[in-house]
Design a protein around this ligand. Sequence first.
Ligand SMILES: C[S@@+](CC[C@H](N)C(=O)[O-])C[C@H]1O[C@@H](n2cnc3c(N)ncnc32)[C@H](O)[C@@H]1O
Length: 277
Amino acid sequence: MKTVKQVVFEVTNILNSANVAEAAANAEFIVCNLLGKSRTEILAFGSSVFPKEKEKILNSVIKQKIEGKPLEYIFNSASFLGRKFYVDERVLIPRSETEELVLKTQKKLKTTPKNILDLCTGSGCIGISLALNFPVAQVTCSDISAPALEVAKQNAATHKAKINFIESDLFNNLQGKFDLIISNPPYIKEDDIKTLSPEVKKEPRLAQIGGKEGTEIIEKIIQAAPKFLAPGGLLALEIGDKEGQKVLQFFSRDIWSNYILAHDFAGLERYIFAIKR
Ligand SMILES: C[S@@+](CC[C@H](N)C(=O)[O-])C[C@H]1O[C@@H](n2cnc3c(N)ncnc32)[C@H](O)[C@@H]1O
């Protein structure tokens, strides 16, 4: 019979020997998820018995983690702005930078938006969060990937969010005007893909590659967005942290009354906010 504390210790050692980064934090995360308990509960009840029937699944999780599968895919769960979202290999795992995109966007809005578009929605984390925060808004979530949209629909159902889902290559199948277009599009340079960690390589390429330069999809969005934005509408984009100055050049003063770069919590130029004239 092993205690929860012993199991956390053993898993930490196994992960450490396999050169898995942040072994202790990962071990705690694994045990918390298997037992359905918070970190505080695990620490407070460390001397309680680890259920024998969970050992087989524990071993399988450790094996998958060592093989480079992200824990979010192993447990089919990622947290975004305090809510749980189902994730698997069909979608990108939501990132904290994108949580910040949503928070900064909400601050920029002068009035509650009536029509919101989450372009390149993936798991739906952005659009669903906004739909829940602005219950009167009509929210459209679109993506080129039908498998990603299946995941987003599942998340919308779980969170009881009313969303209009559209399969579309950027704006091709979209119509109407939006007060807010928000997007975390793919923005990694084609050649940089090989430098990604094994875990990040498990995420869909379609969600990552933004073209040879990394800015091709962003440029297309900035060019096409004005047609779909109401006057005074806001375009909010997450971008590659080294691309800010280049992306600013895609905007024209004739079309946009204002366009600015904003930094993420790490101080990197990560977002663009632009207002249509
Ligand atoms: C970086 S992921 C973002 C997912 C999610 N919004 C998030 O922040 O976690 C980019 C998403 O864009 C989608 N995508 C890639 N190319 C696209 C295109 N041409 N038109 C629409 N969606 C596209 C991918 O399928 C992927 O789901």
